[in-house]
Each structure stands twice: as C-alpha cells, then as structure tokens.
Design a protein around this ligand. Structure first.
Ligand code: MRU
Length: 354
C-alpha cells in the first residue's frame, strides 16, 4: 500500500497539495491551495488537520507567501510575509506545531540578504519540515514498540495517524510500527464527537493497512476498560506544556478512566509538540462553531438555537500519563523536563536534529 502523504509542497507551481479530510471516508480528494487565504480556509474547516500536519502546512504557507510575493524591496517583502504568517497563526490557537512551522520558516527568511535568497531558503526550510516530520514519525513508531505487548488491545481517540502528519503518524505510527514488526494487535477507535475524526479517519487508515480495528462511540470506552478488554490507551497531542497535555476533547476522560482501571495511558508526539515553558493555564483552547454539535454531518441533532459549548481540545494533567513516546525516547513529566529542555536547545542550535 502506498504511504499516505497528506501534504505536499510544489514550489515550481507554486502550490500546496493536500488530502481533503472533511469528506473522508465517503470521498478521497486531493485539493490544491494556491494562496495563503486558500490554505488558511482549509486549516480552519479541518481540510488539513492534526498537529504535525498543521506544522507542515504553516511552514509551506509562509514559503508560498514568499514565492507569490511581487514586492520590490526586502522590507516590503518581509512586511507582506509577516502579514500572511499572522493570518495563518490566527486559524487555530491550540496546536503548537502550527506556530513552530510558521516561525521556523519566517526566521529563515528574515536572515536572508535578498528576496531571491529568502525565497529559496524558505522553500528548503518548508520541505525540510515535511521531511523531518516523516523521519520523526517513523522514529516515534520505533520508540513506541517497547510499550506494545504482542496481542495488545489498544484504545485510541481522534486521529493521530498519517493524515495528521506528513506520513506514518504518531499514535498510529506506533501502531503501524508494531504491526509491521509482526505483533498481533487490535485497535478500538473512539468515534470522536463532534467531527468524528476517529470514526472517519482512524478506521479508514487502519483498514487501509489491514490493521484490526473496531469502532466504538466515545462513551463505550469506560465499559471496555472495566471489562478488562483494553491493555493500553495511546493518543497523540496538540501541545505538551510543563503540567499537562492538550489533545482532542475526550482525551482527559479516557485518561481518568484508564487510571481508575490501572491501564497504561501513553501519548505519542514529536518534540515539536512541546511547549515546555508554558503551563496549562497559559493556553487557549479553540472553541468551534456551535452547529458542529447541533448537527452531525448535515443532520439536525438538537434545536437550532440550543446553547452549545464546543471546545475542540482538553488538557490531561501529567500525573495521569504513563509516558510520552517521542523520537528521542519515552519521557515522563515533570521528571524529564531538564532532558527535554536540553534536546530542544540542541535542536534550535542545529545540534540534535534526527
Ligand atoms: O481538531 P483536530 O482534528 O486537528 O485535532 C487533532 C488531534 O487532536 C490529534 O489527536 C492531535 O493533533 C495529534 S495528531 C498526530
């Protein structure tokens, strides 16, 4: 089976090609963003989604802005790109990878000596973010093998798969690597209300790869844990701060249930998802359109004016987490915060990139 690569940058056109995720699994469509505004809209409506994929999209968006620029002077060029970077940053507030991808390419541009040099450096930096994400996800998969026993029944939530990254996935990357290594595993995918990333995307990805998967509603997870039918919970992350992990709404509920039933609860995420200087209280959780709750894929499920609360993410305190599986090893917070700090400093100075 061809690897899923949900985001590709074509600098010579210039454009960004992405798998449209709102219509899967009913339809598989590759769409093209030819402007920063196309890209921003695709991110806002979750055509492109998932923390690492957002990092790639942000990086490509800044490079696209540079390639499309007709500015005559370097200061004018930078001003336009900073404006586009701002537009992209305003699409979704929670996943830190988006900001990381945008700032990384912006910083590269700002250090160029001419517009031409800046364009070429931006393209290289954006392509490298995509390549690095591919390598990183495969490395996370290998790291995670040690926590997946043969025969494991794994519960996952939302979609932390190839569709949420440049390839392979984080939580589903570990599952794919375990399957590839010959472990007999099976997955329970929670549907993930309200936008059904688990039902629509995770099941589709796993079935495509021939990995055993059973779809359940979010409210069925606790019963399965109590019946002894889950060996571990494994999910991705949108932002990891010093005292909590932000991930799709519903993740906290699974973590509390897992602790109550003595089941290991793991996060799989790249170091680019860490925001170790922040605390839970510093982070904005995206609140989305109330109609996402009043309807399910166009069908009405509640009165059209019923008040709704629709946070897209929640925070799981670090004491509920058995380990964070990364490309550098499995960490625990707050115990390993110094080592994570050291690796992050090394990455910023070019000393520790895989
Ligand atoms: O709102 P989404 O679909 O972008 O939310 C995605 C998630 O919460 C994923 O679990 C997370 O980004 C990890 S992706 C490897």
């Amino acid at each position: 089976m061809e690897p899923l690569r949900p985001i590709l940058f074509h600098p010579h056109i210039p454009s960004i090609e992405y798998i449209e995720q709102t219509i899967l699994p009913d339809a598989y469509e590759v769409r093209t963003a030819r402007s920063v505004s196309d890209l921003a809209q695709a991110i806002q409506r979750l055509g492109i989604r998932g923390a690492p994929a957002l990092g790639c999209a942000g990086a490509c968006g800044v490079a696209l802005s540079a390639l499309l620029s007709k500015a005559a002077t370097f200061p004018e060029f930078l001003e336009q790109i900073r404006h586009d970077a701002h537009v992209l940053k305003n699409t979704r507030p929670t996943a830190v990878n988006l900001f990381y991808g945008i700032d990384h390419v912006l910083c590269t541009l700002e250090h160029a000596r001419s517009i031409e040099e800046a364009k070429s450096k931006a393209v290289d930096a954006a392509q490298e973010i995509i390549e690095a994400d591919r390598r990183t996800c495969h490395a996370i998969g290998k790291t995670g093998l040690s926590v997946i026993p043969d025969g494991a029944r794994i519960l996952t939530h939302c979609n932390a798969g190839a569709l949420a990254c440049a390839e392979w996935g984080t939580a589903l990357g570990v599952i794919r690597s375990a399957h590839e290594a010959g472990k007999k595993i099976s997955v329970f995918a929670c549907e993930t209300r309200p936008l059904l990333q688990g039902a629509r995307l995770t099941t589709w990805e796993l079935m495509r790869d021939g990995i055993e998967v059973t779809l359940i509603t979010d409210s069925m997870a606790a019963v399965l844990m109590r019946k002894g039918e889950i060996d571990l919970v494994l999910v991705g992350a949108d932002r990891i701060v010093s005292d909590a992990v932000f991930n799709k709404i519903g993740t906290y509920m699974h973590a509390v249930c897992a602790q109550a039933h003595n089941i290991p609860f793991y996060i799989a995420a790249p170091l680019s998802t860490f925001d170790e200087k922040s605390r839970e209280a510093d982070i904005t959780i995206e609140e989305r359109d109330p109609d996402e709750i009043r309807t399910v894929r166009g069908c009405i499920t509640g009165p059209k004016d019923v008040p709704v609360w629709n946070p897209a993410f929640d925070a799981t305190p670090v004491h509920l987490i058995s380990g964070i599986i990364t490309e550098y090893g499995i960490f625990s917070l707050p115990r390993d915060s110094d080592i994570i700090d050291q690796i992050r400093k090394g990455e910023r100075t070019g000393g520790a990139v895989l």
